[in-house]
Design a binder for this molecule. Structure first.
Ligand code: MG
Length: 383
């Protein structure tokens, strides 16, 4: 069989507006402004035989245009390559930009291309990506985050709980880490009463507690039987997470802010968390995500990937140990397809690859795009 080759890569930068500005604890403590939009980097790969792959990466707040610029600089190194050799191609991309590092923005730019290569490979095999990777389940327990932000007043959060349960969700996560701990405990008590054991419950402090506050708050929340307490401490305080995880019964979750497989290895090897929370877009794509999950499985950790359910439903289905997928509807307008919830789980679709295609709305929200092929890079302007 003749070898297929990558003939073109189209990159685009788009912005998804959010219906209302969103605040978590990082906003309440003054570190960040409310989130009003998400930057998306899309990579669309074409091969000489006519196969296509779609991948994406994203940034909340700054970084999206930088990711797009970096991807635009390195993508030409894949023209003429065999799209099946993903690990080698990831290395080629990372070395093309190694001067600016093998973590963070540079690998988040590569992530969109890596994910597009996996989408392409799965489509060519006629399999949903989760099946190509080897699925352990048809559906992944799924929880809602978007209804429980600190920017939502409590009555609205309680309404969101009911709407989420009615939609078939398996768990509800609310944000905590408010500067006034009493606010957190009041809201948690009300949400726990509202749920009344019907679905699972988790909380997320978004790194805003110091060690003594985290210990005190985690102890106060033990009574609620939470599935996990997320980001109780600074994302890089590995020692603090390990001490906290040893001190309390409720599982500790963290890892969404880590931006390379190596950073996850440090967290996993220290047994600092019970749930590891990698984000495929942030660690450099599915190739790097698999390195993280292999290490996490060996350590016996459960997993709850961060955001980007369109990607994470697949990698979660392929994780041997306990796992959850985070339901966020923010990216829905970008795609023509919807994720299906059934009996508390997000179901693996039967469509090949990631199972998503870009909508007209995604094109309309595109600010910049370019097409890279053997002749070079052609930039397109958008009105
Ligand atoms: Mg979180």
């Amino acid at each position: 069989m003749p070898t297929d080759t990558i003939s073109a890569i189209k990159l685009s930068l788009a912005w998804v507006p959010l219906a209302t500005p969103i605040s978590d604890a990082k906003v309440f403590t003054g570190r960040q402004k409310p989130l009003t939009r998400v930057a998306m980097l899309f990579a669309e790969i074409e091969t000489a035989d006519g196969h296509t792959g779609l991948g994406f990466s994203y940034s909340k707040r700054a970084g999206g245009p930088g990711m797009y610029a970096h991807a635009r600089e390195v993508a030409d190194s894949l023209i003429g390559e065999n799209p099946a050799d993903i690990g080698r191609l990831w290395n080629k991309l990372v070395w093309a930009g190694a001067s600016v590092g093998r973590s963070g923005l540079s690998t988040q730019a590569i992530a969109a291309i890596d994910i597009a290569l996996w989408d392409l490979k799965a489509k060519r095999a006629g399999l949903p990506l989760g099946r190509l990777l080897g699925a352990w389940r048809d559906g992944v327990p799924s929880y809602n985050t978007s209804g429980g932000f600190l920017s939502s007043p409590l009555p609205e959060v309680l309404d969101n709980v009911e709407a989420s349960i009615a939609s078939g969700i398996g768990g509800i996560k609310i944000k905590v880490g408010h500067p006034d701990p009493k606010v957190d405990l009041t809201r948690l008590e009300a949400v726990a009463n509202q749920i009344d054991g019907r679905v699972a419950l988790m909380v997320d402090a978004n790194q805003q507690w110091d060690r003594p506050t985290a210990l005190r708050m985690c102890r106060a929340m033990e009574q609620y039987g939470l599935v996990w307490i997320e980001e109780p401490l600074d994302a890089y305080d590995i020692e603090g997470h390990a001490a906290l995880a040893a001190a309390i019964d409720t599982p500790i979750a963290s890892g969404e802010m880590l931006v390379s497989a190596a950073e996850h290895f440090a967290m996993i090897d220290a047994r600092a968390v019970d749930f590891i929370q990698p984000d495929a877009a942030r660690v450099g794509g599915i190739t790097q995500f698999q390195r993280v999950t292999a290490r996490a499985e060996q350590a016996g950790l459960m997993m709850a990937p961060h955001f980007a359910m369109e990607i994470h439903v697949h990698v979660s289905a392929a994780y041997p140990l306990g796992t959850w997928v985070e339901h966020f509807d923010w990216l829905d307008p970008l795609f023509n397809e919807r994720q299906i919830l059934e009996g508390g789980k997000m179901m693996l679709s039967t469509r090949p690859g990631l199972g998503v295609t870009l909508s007209d709305q995604a094109r309309a929200w595109t600010e910049a795009s370019c097409r890279i092929d053997a002749k070079g890079c052609t930039d397109h302007t958008h009105g």
